[in-house]
Design a protein around this ligand. Structure first.
Ligand code: DAH
Length: 335
């Protein structure tokens, strides 16, 4: 009997289990009710009484051994199944997800802001839906100026009564100057970035929506020299110290004198053209009066820059509509 138990033990240890079916065969052979171990227990009556305790203990050991082996092999097979299901190395770190990037206009605006912060400007903003007073009247536009015409202005609310204040989508960021001067006493040195709207035909050069960065510097002795100095510093910081620029006289109702700045646009064929990037000038005394500032005491300069124009120059983009199409092939170039 003793040696039978030893043989059974060896058999259990040496039984090779490589798949589920063999595992089941193992269970049937050793562990089931009709299996070898139960049969062995059934024979215990043949063992002499004095040996029964010892033999019984040995039998229990064999039984535990078989059960342990069964559990262990079953776990191994299940583990194999899991790893076999994975076609790749699941321990590798995941491939990075494609991430988006800032829109080229946002990137350009951010660069502009950083430059003006370095030049000592802070930031202000105002509403995109404006009233006629802030968008036109306070900026010294005469009552029948062509910019008030529906050709250029999107009206939100237009009244027949000239006393009533029409509501418009702002056609420029200049009304924020008015809001700022009403809120804050000089010295003022701020930029005012934002969207503006014009009822214009959509072409490679114009769009009904675009962005401007307005600036206003008001103090007791601001001069045209300060304005020019600031504009030239900006152009050099934005486009590099070898930038080709020109400053020429212009006209705006809210500045006197008025200036415009152009930057040389070099085309791929070696030709080029001047591209206007901003209007500017010395704040007109009538504008100061409209916000109750004394034009005898204060002087100031202002400008309005086109963000799209600057981004176009910066990246050699010749069609403004590309900024508004959200075509990934275009946007991806600015990652
Ligand atoms: N508001 C003008 C425009 O949209 C640009 C401009 C010109 C702004 C002169 C200014 C300025 O502040 O002083 O065309």
């Amino acid at each position: 009997m003793r040696s039978d138990i030893e043989d059974l033990k060896k058999e259990i240890q040496n039984f090779s289990i490589t798949n589920e079916e063999i595992l089941e065969a193992f269970r049937l052979k050793f562990l089931s009710r009709k299996g070898r171990i139960q049969a062995m227990f059934g024979n215990i009556g043949n063992v002499p009484k004095e040996d029964r305790a010892k033999v019984g203990k040995a039998m229990n050991e064999v039984k535990n051994l078989a059960q342990q082996r069964y559990d262990e092999e079953k776990r191994k097979l299940q583990q194999q199944e899991i790893t076999a299901g994975a076609t790749e190395d699941i321990t590798l770190p995941p491939a990075p997800l494609p991430t988006g990037s800032f829109h080229p206009l946002t990137q350009t605006l951010e660069e502009m802001k950083q430059i003006f912060f370095r030049l000592g400007f802070n930031i202000a903003d105002g509403p995109e839906i404006e009233d006629d007073f802030h968008n036109f009247t306070a900026l010294n536009f005469p009552p029948n100026h062509p910019a008030r015409d529906e050709q250029d202005t999107f009206f939100i609310e237009k009244y027949d009564d000239p006393e009533k204040n029409d509501l418009v989508l702002r056609t420029h960021t200049s009304p924020v100057q008015i809001r700022l001067m009403k809120e804050q006493k000089p010295p003022i040195r701020a930029i005012m970035p934002g969207r503006v709207y014009r009822n214009e035909a959509v072409t490679p050069k114009s769009y009904f929506l675009f962005h401007q960065v307005e600036a206003l510097y008001v103090d007791t002795d601001v001069s045209v020299a300060d304005l020019k100095e600031t504009l030239v510093s900006f152009a050099k910081m934005m486009f590099g110290s070898d930038v080709e620029y020109r400053i020429r006289p212009g006209f705006f109702p809210f500045t006197e004198p008025s200036l415009e700045m152009d930057i040389w646009w070099e085309t791929k064929d070696g030709n080029g053209k001047w591209l206007e990037i901003l209007g500017s000038g010395m704040v007109d005394p009538n504008v100061f009066k409209s916000v109750d500032l004394d034009p005898e005491k204060y002087t100031g300069f202002a400008w309005g820059m086109g963000v799209e124009r600057i981004a176009m120059l910066r990246h050699g983009i010749d069609d403004i509509r590309l900024f508004y199409k959200n075509d990934n092939r275009f946007l991806k170039q600015f990652n």
